[in-house]
Design a binder for this molecule. Structure first.
Ligand code: NAG
Length: 144
């Protein structure tokens, strides 16, 4: 009996040790942040960018990008050891409005973004900036 208990304990210990790397792999998840320009088509000239997006974190400046209708701008990020990873963006809808929004905040977005290919999906529309965790249902998180 005592021997069986020992076997059970060592099995438990082994599985605990074997599972640690899986738990730690959360640190290495690559999150894909998507921002799509779903603003109405610019009437003239139609193929010029009607949205300028400037995203950055504390350490990384992605620069300002001009986006035409339907364009999807994407970049990747990991969560840092202190879990302070944060990307914020300024969206400028040409001739209309400017809005700042957080595109990735570790505590807010880590779990929702794991729903669908580790993707955080944002859609810039005429009434605000929407978020989706499944690329199907959207919520207006940042009205203009
Ligand atoms: C979301 O869905 C659209 C079409 O329904 C597709 O074009 C797009 O690639 C999808 N985005 C992601 C990140 O899978």
């Amino acid at each position: 009996m005592g021997n069986l208990k020992g076997v059970a304990l060592s099995l438990l210990f082994t599985s605990f040790v074997l599972h640690l790397p899986f738990a730690e792999s959360d640190w290495f998840i690559n999150y894909h942040i998507h921002v799509t320009n779903d603003l109405p088509l610019l009437k003239s000239p139609p193929n010029q960018p009607n949205l300028f997006l400037h995203c950055k974190s504390k350490n990384k400046d992605l620069g300002e990008r001009g986006m035409v209708k339907g364009q999807d701008y994407t970049w990747d990020t990991k969560v840092n050891f202190l879990r302070t990873t944060l990307f914020f963006c300024k969206a400028r809808w040409v001739g209309h409005k400017t809005r700042s929004f957080d595109a990735f905040v570790t505590d807010r977005d880590e779990m929702p973004c794991r729903h669908y290919h580790n993707s955080c999906m944002w859609s810039v529309r005429d009434d605000g900036i929407y978020f989706s965790k499944n690329n199907a249902t959207w919520g207006n998180v940042y009205p203009w």
